[in-house]
Design a protein around this ligand. Sequence first.
Ligand SMILES: C[S@@+](CC[C@H](N)C(=O)[O-])C[C@H]1O[C@@H](n2cnc3c(N)ncnc32)[C@H](O)[C@@H]1O
Length: 240
Amino acid sequence: MRARLAMTKNPPDVTRQFYYEDVPGYMTEVYDWAYVDPRNARLLDRNLVVRILLFFNDQRMMRAYLEQIEPGMKVWQVAHVYGDLVSRVAAKVGSAGRFDLTDVTPVQIEHANHKLASFPQAQVIRSDAAMHRGDCRYDLICSFFLLHEVPDSEKRAIVDNMLDQVPEEGTAFFVDYHGPAAWQPIGWLLRWVNRWLEPFAEALWKHDIREYAARADDFVWTKRTIFGGVYQLVTVKRKK
Ligand SMILES: C[S@@+](CC[C@H](N)C(=O)[O-])C[C@H]1O[C@@H](n2cnc3c(N)ncnc32)[C@H](O)[C@@H]1O
């Protein structure tokens, strides 16, 4: 009887433990509900969720990323994104290209593996974006809404690690939040959301992404903002 009770009690805990193993503290403390807890992640991983979170600007920003990809390119995306973005990237690099996708949480790795199973050019790697070292020269390295979710020290480490791996002709591309213009009413809504859910986001309202780079002057930075300053798209190329 005892053994049977133990058997029925243990599996859910053990399974749950699997999803929390080696996940950074800021993820379990702040983003458990979104990217760590497997039940929630399953519910949220949809295009519609991304569309609503980004106030219908999702396709515009994804296009800006996808338009930079040509067949045969080697692309590293530093973190998973809900919905079909990762499979669109894998399809765009094509069978002659390569798509490396990293993420830190087991459930996001699971989702990515599922979405990318039919693309042999794609590999999903469980790694912190601040630590991953590619074994090839990437043509494009993209952070799509990762920086606002990590503490400032992690922002610095991620930006530096990405830039370290940008070759001479390569590009780093950051898509993220930015300080809204005074007239943009969404700014007030986001201020409220940030207080409750996104404690690391407003740093990007006050600081340019280039301020997080140790060797910013070795690169050419081009920033464009959209939706009344709510979002920024930053292209970074190595100076010749
Ligand atoms: C790209 S961001 C948010 C994107 C957007 N909100 C969406 O629709 O998914 C979320 C991902 O970043 C991952 N993540 C957080 N910290 C990370 C890190 N240091 N390295 C790699 N991935 C990280 C999370 O596990 C999560 O899958």
